[in-house]
Design a protein around this ligand. Structure first.
Ligand SMILES: Nc1nc2c(c(=O)[nH]1)N[C@H]1C(S)=C(S)[C@@H](COP(=O)(O)OP(=O)(O)OC[C@H]3O[C@@H](n4cnc5c(N)ncnc54)[C@H](O)[C@@H]3O)O[C@H]1N2
Ligand code: MOO
Length: 399
């Protein structure tokens, strides 16, 4: 059997980062920058007030006290967005609003709370240090600074700085478009009644959500039955708009394995047994002229999700231009003994707590969806280990 590591290595050697394109900020959430973004100007671009109050010369208010306020004439109001050149002469002040340019000559802002709020004359009850409540030009970003480097994932704050340096579009890798397609004649859409021998289709919901959490743009296709021709036709119809395809089911040893039957003759998708539990049957390859990667995951719900975590998620990271490789692990102490088949790496479902202990859930079957939903981690048991005692130190993949 092929090792987990060898399978992941083959996948990562095959998938390529998506080509960068110009993306408008409105659509850039989750994209990954493919350029260094520099600011054309300093931020803030000009010295401006951090508070609503009065622009003063600090020396003029140095003697102000509660008991003996300094009273000064107010020459003008300066609001945010004010474009007229303003100045504060000795012995004068202007009113000033948050974000408004500091007038020439002023070197401090006195917050309105330290005054009587006067409009013609103002009584100032406290002195202000030079620079008080002034946001200096360039104190966030200097002109020409790189504000975000290539390889940065664009989240809310990154969109803010991109807009803040005047960009309306960036060169970036968009979120990979991933189509999720499940197979199985027994599958019924949730919301429809179950007939004999049927179950509600669940894998596609898990996989679509997992793709989205991994930074992809997922589309769910309704399950197709066990007919290889129907499966192939559906697949061909969706390839044009996909950067990757994930299927579930139809790849093991049964008489009706539409995914395996449809794709094996193409010889670009390989079906193999991987030395792992769950998730032993796996298929991976590429389809069509654009060499779209396809992950044919096993149908058992726990197996398909574990396979996603181990193989698809790292591949999506590579497609996005992010660091790839096996899922990150943390070490934890087992609170109960655990077993694992010889020669296979097990990924037991467990509950990891804040103190670094991990408890295997009671039901470890690869069909046991509810047990998976109660877990928050996968406990990794190496191939050469068949039994772990309580208290053993284990590697854990947080989910
Ligand atoms: N003779 C053998 N039988 C099986 C082997 C084997 O090596 N020899 N491997 C077993 C393992 S391990 C797995 S995992 C499964 C994988 O089978 P398939 O990928 O072909 O999946 P299916 O047979 O279509 O389905 C398996 C199981 O999962 C349920 N399922 C499938 N799709 C969904 C879905 N979208 N939502 C919810 N549940 C789904 C399906 O009803 C089956 O119960 O093969 C073993 N057999
Ligand atoms: O390997 Mo299957 O994935 O155990 O259920």
């Amino acid at each position: 059997m092929k090792s987990v590591d060898a399978h992941l290595a083959e996948i990562l050697a095959t998938v390529r980062p998506i080509d960068p394109v110009g993306i408008g900020l409105d659509s850039a959430l989750g994209a990954v920058l493919a350029e260094d973004v520099r600011s054309p100007v300093a931020l803030p671009p000009f010295d401006n007030s951090a508070m609503d109050g009065y622009a003063v010369r600090a020396g003029d208010v140095a003697a102000a006290t509660e008991a003996d306020p300094v009273v000064l004439p107010v020459t003008v109001d300066v609001a945010a967005g004010d474009t007229a050149p303003r100045a504060v002469g000795p012995g004068h002040v202007t009113r000033i609003m948050t974000g408004a340019p500091v007038p020439a000559g002023a070197d401090a802002v006195v917050p309105v709370e330290w005054t009587d709020g006067g409009t013609d004359r103002v009584a100032i009850r406290r002195p202000a240090r030079v620079g008080n409540a002034i946001r200096r030009s360039g104190e966030d970003v200097r002109a020409g600074d790189v504000v975000l480097g290539a390889g940065t994932t664009i989240g809310p704050a990154q969109l803010g700085i991109l807009a803040g340096v005047g960009r309306h579009a960036v060169l970036a890798r968009s979120r990979p478009r991933v189509v999720v397609l499940s197979t199985g004649a027994e599958l019924v859409e949730p919301g429809s009644p179950l007939g004999p021998g049927q179950i509600w289709e669940s894998n596609s919901f898990t996989l679509v959500a997992a793709v989205r959490q991994a930074g992809g743009e997922a589309t769910r296709r309704r399950a197709v039955g066990d007919d290889p021709a129907e499966f192939l036709e559906t697949l061909e119809g969706l390839l044009g708009a996909a950067d990757a395809v994930i299927t579930s089911g139809g790849i093991s040893m049964g008489a009706y394995e539409p995914v395996k039957e449809a794709l094996s003759p193409l010889e670009t998708v390989r079906f193999e047994k991987i030395a792992m539990q769950p998730g032993m049957p796996q298929g991976f390859g590429v389809l069509g002229e654009r060499q779209v990667p396809i992950f044919t995951l096993p149908g058992n719900p726990v197996s398909s999700y574990v396979s996603f975590v181990l193989f698809v998620k790292p591949a999506l990271a590579k497609m996005r231009g992010l660091p790839d490789g096996p899922p990150a692990t943390v070490t934890a102490a087992l609170t109960a003994g655990a077993r694992s088949p010889a020669g296979r790496r097990s990924f037991l479902r467990g509950v990891l707590d804040a103190k670094g202990s991990v408890t295997p859930v009671h039901r470890q079957g690869s069909h046991q969806l509810a047990a998976l939903a109660g877990a928050n981690a996968l406990i990794v048991v190496p191939e050469d280990v068949t039994e772990l005692p309580e208290g053993a130190t284990v590697e854990v993949i947080p989910l």
